[in-house]
Write a protein that binds this ligand. Structure first.
Ligand SMILES: [Zn+2]
Length: 184
């Protein structure tokens, strides 16, 4: 993930501006066919994965547009060998346009986490991870750090590595809602 991702959307959530970091990030996720000419004017919602995340972004956009105040969030987006901490600022512009800026705050190396290794072979089982704090939801509905999930699922002892899907944990939902309430 690039260290700085910036884009703006118009009042109908169509993308008006993207920086190089945005393109890099989107291409890593979508397979490299994206360019500025394709992206500008498209709905942002075409690029956001997962119902929970779309709903959350919708709430954030509404609150920033209504209050005309910037909202600030911290989130995680790790690579397999790094914990990475990011900050997202959603700022109001004129006529209900919004600017979204994401910056890497710090990264900490760690032993490779199998769950995030793009080259590892995966089984049929699906594991939800929180799009905001990157915790994983175990089969008993407990949200734990990825390293703990690897232990608990016995992935190093021969357990099959599950596929990942994006969700949002309850803690993060509450944190985001609290930040939005503080805007009013
Ligand atoms: Zn979370």
């Amino acid at each position: 993930m690039p260290t700085s991702i910036q884009y703006s959307i118009d009042k109908a959530d169509r993308i008006r501006f993207i920086n190089e970091g945005w393109l890099q990030f989107a291409c890593q996720n979508a397979g490299g066919h994206l360019n500025r000419a394709y992206v500008i004017g498209k709905s942002l919602w075409d690029f956001i994965e997962g119902e929970n995340l779309s709903e959350t972004y919708g709430l954030i956009f509404k609150a920033v547009r209504t209050t005309h105040q910037a909202a600030l969030f911290k989130f995680r987006c790790d690579s397999s060998a790094c914990r990475r901490y990011f900050q997202l600022t959603v700022s109001p512009l004129q006529e209900d346009e919004l600017m979204l800026s994401t910056h890497l705050i710090r990264q900490i190396s760690r032993d490779t986490v199998l769950l995030l290794d793009p080259d590892v072979q995966r089984g049929e089982q699906v594991l939800s991870t929180c799009s905001w704090c990157i915790k994983a939801c175990l089969p008993n509905d407990e949200w734990v750090e990825l390293e703990e999930a690897v232990n608990r699922l016995d992935l190093l002892g021969g357990g099959v590595v599950p596929r990942l899907q994006h969700g949002l944990c309850l803690d993060c939902q509450v944190k985001i809602e609290t930040e939005l309430k503080n805007l009013k």
